[in-house]
Write a protein that binds this ligand. Sequence first.
Ligand SMILES: O=C(O)CCC(=O)C(=O)O
Length: 297
Amino acid sequence: MPKDITPEPAGLSNEQVANYNRDGYVSGISVFSSEQVAHIRSSIEALEQDHPEGANGHDLNQYFRVNGHVVIPDLSDLARTPAILNAVEDVLGPNLLVWSVELFIKEAHSEKTVSWHQDITYWGMGETNDEVTAWVALSDVSIKAGCMRFIPGSHTNGIVPHTDTFSEANLLSRGQQIGGIEESDARHGPLHPGEMSLHHGRCFHASGPNRSDDRRIGLAIRYVTPEVRDGLAGRDYAMLVRGVDLAQGWTHIARPRALFHPKDLALYDAILDDQSSTLAKGAENTTGLYTPKESQS
Ligand SMILES: O=C(O)CCC(=O)C(=O)O
């Protein structure tokens, strides 16, 4: 092969696809080299350095935790990484849209956790099988650093009841949790920097505190297929990143024009407004991250 042709990154092996279908998750998929991860991490940390106050009345954490791809070009571009898309295509098929890009950061020696939950519980997508999260480790996400834990096979359940805790220590917007999980059934998914896991929208998962000396940084990209919104009421937004959308159930959004471009910031608020009634449905408290700006105190 000529030197200047980069080989197309492989997707999943047949065994990895079989594991995903059986367990509802698959872990340890290499997508970035250590140099690439260092570069991505430093661009995120430069953003924290340069824009701690965020933009347009939302702090940076708001953009990191919800729909970052709408206003931060780097996050939008990461969602188009061929090695990630090739793996996601192997479970969802050739037509892929991005619903959300988020960062889950636990500082060194942080007590922050994520309770047992199923992702799509409040996302207004019904009980679809066609949503998958690519969770990419941008630091060493060891057991000590609070990697994710999964209950293998739990995606074969429907959406099960969750209780809102609104716990301060919980990274989830409403601290929602599934009760009665047997911890002995859980499997850890530690990741080296540059590796990712894929998990199904109904797979039970959680994560513990970060007891390591480094920050634990995870990039979560939520992929869906065009069909997910077929026949569903209400408006929702997604960015087409591979193939075609013949179903036309989503409002398509483009890559941001520039970091915190005024038009993208306005779009961000419009999306938050439209999504908030679905995402905060049934909550007895405010759900922080999903509260439209006018209602935030
Ligand atoms: O980062 C974590 O520990 C949890 C992330 C998570 O729940 C998710 O990506 O769905």
